[in-house]
Structure formats: C-alpha cells, structure tokens
Design a protein around this ligand. Structure first.
Ligand SMILES: [Zn+2]
Length: 286
C-alpha cells in the first residue's frame, strides 16, 4: 500500500510517496515556512503528492504521542502546535506525527544500514544532531515521546551556547554546524577534500571534529549497547575522510574497549530521504 511521508527540516520540507518496499514513487520539496504557514505547506505537499491511504509527518523537536509539537529549537515561535489535529482537519484523514530523527531511525532500521539489527542507533549530524534508537527489536520513543535527544547531552561544562538555551550541548561540537565552526567557516565538503589532499590544518580539523563525534557515540554505546550505530548527515556520511577517524577515536573512548564487542559504525544508506521515508512507513504502520 502506498503512503505519504513528509520530513520537516529547518530550511526545507521533503514529501515522498512511497510503496510498501520504501520505493519513492513521487517527491515534492518546498522551503520550510514560518511556523504560522507550516500547516498550509504540509497540506500543499500532500495535495501535490496525490491520494494515499496514510500520511506520516516527521518534525524536528519535542513531539508528544498525540502529535503536538511542543518545542523546536530550529523553528521559530513553536509553542504547542497541534500538527496532527490541524492537518487532519484539512486533509480529512488520519495523520501520524513523529520526531524527524525517530522517523529516520525507523527507515534506516527497516530498509537501510541497520536492517536486521535487534538493537541499533541512528545519529544524524546535520545543522543540529538528531538521533533515535531501537532496543530489543522495538523503536524507542520514551515515556513522553522525547527519547533520543542526545544532541543536547552536555559534553562541555559552560561550553558553547546552544540554540536550546543550554551551554556545552554535544551538537555544538559534533554537528555539521560544528564542523564548519572548527574549520573557520570552510564548508564540510571543502574540509574533507583538503584533508584528503594532505592539508595539515584541515587534517587537524577532521581529527578534532571526529573526536567530538566519537565522544558522543561512545556515551551512547555505553548507555544502550547497540549492535550498530548508523551515522547520517550529508558530508560525514558521503565522505570517506571522516569515518576512519571517528572509528579510531571511538575505539579509544569506549568503556573497557580492549575487552568487549564493539558496536559497528556504519554510514547511513538512505541519505536525506530517510526522515520522509520513515515518516511514511510509520504512518502506514499505525
Ligand atoms: Zn542544546
């Protein structure tokens, strides 16, 4: 059965129409509007994708099981926005709403790099850090829908100010934004290219950044002990430069590293489409 899924990002919304094997039959991309216009944009995307029995939405931030977006640091002025209810009124059908990283986790678990794992985690290093995990063969949402917000795990006391209002959050040190920050504004692709070409300064940037990534991954592995951690996010996932360095630091920072089985670190397979595909699949599974 076909399903519609929409991933709402900080700058763009990606909508897909997928079949039950997660093949993309159609897609629509639109800029993310101000919060006031969000429901309008979601409705337009649904209409452009055509009819489907189910609709799933992946949203950034804290999402309740009832589909209310309570807070979203990367979207302006979000306070208690009942996305599921409002879109249901417009579309006349049930709408299922999830956290965007939870949606991406589900897609990578069902059809991507974590396929077949009973215990797995997904960490997406974008503007911020989105994450989710599967434990004992079940996607984990937590008691209130907030599980996986490890981007806001404090890793540096009184560190860099975060968009969430705290200081020293992991995403200030290990996101795509952080990579650009360490590189003095040089874009991630350029950092990777120059490091591959032997530029000593950029090799150092890759090492510092990868160590921060590994710190959070080791913390995560110590908490949930997954078989595999899937790492997503543009540059990091597509470049061969970062993963070996992250792997090196991860192997050193993991608790009792010499005498344990290590989780596998894998690059994400579904890329930027993972959130939308996962939202569609989760909507269809409800
Ligand atoms: Zn934060």
């Amino acid at each position: 059965m076909n399903a519609i899924g929409i991933d709402v990002g900080g700058t763009k919304c990606l909508g897909v129409l997928v079949d039950s094997d997660a093949n993309i039959l159609a897609w629509v991309r639109k800029p993310t509007p101000s919060t006031e216009g969000l429901i309008d944009t979601l409705q337009e995307i649904v209409q452009e994708l055509g009819a489907a029995p189910t609709i799933g939405i992946g949203l950034p931030g804290l999402i309740t099981p009832g589909g209310v977006m309570q807070a979203a640091p990367n979207l302006k002025n979000v306070v208690e926005l009942p996305v599921a209810t409002e879109l249901e009124k417009r579309c006349g059908q049930k709408v299922h709403v999830e956290n965007d990283a939870t949606s991406a986790t589900y897609a990578e678990w069902k059809f991507g790099a974590a396929r077949g794992a009973t215990d797995a985690a997904f960490v997406g290093l974008g503007t911020g850090i989105g994450a989710g995990f599967v434990a004992g063969g079940c996607l984990q949402r937590g008691a209130h829908g907030y599980a996986g917000e490890i981007g806001h795990m404090v890793v540096q006391v009184d560190g860099l100010e975060c968009v969430c209002g705290l200081r020293g959050c992991w995403e200030r040190y290990a996101s795509g934004w952080a990579l650009g920050n360490f590189a003095g504004g040089v874009a991630g692709e350029i950092v990777a290219q120059r490091a591959a070409d032997g530029d000593a300064k950029m090799i150092e940037v890759v090492d510092v950044f990868s160590k921060w990534v590994a710190i959070g991954l080791a913390n995560l592995a110590n908490i949930i002990d997954p078989e595999v951690i899937v790492i997503g996010g543009g540059v990091i996932e597509s470049s061969a430069v970062f993963m070996p360095v992250v792997q090196k630091w991860f192997g050193r920072l993991l608790y009792s590293a010499q005498s344990r089985t290590h989780p596998r670190l894998e690059s994400a397979q579904l890329g930027e489409r993972a959130g939308a595909i996962g939202a569609a699949l989760l909507g269809a599974s409800m």
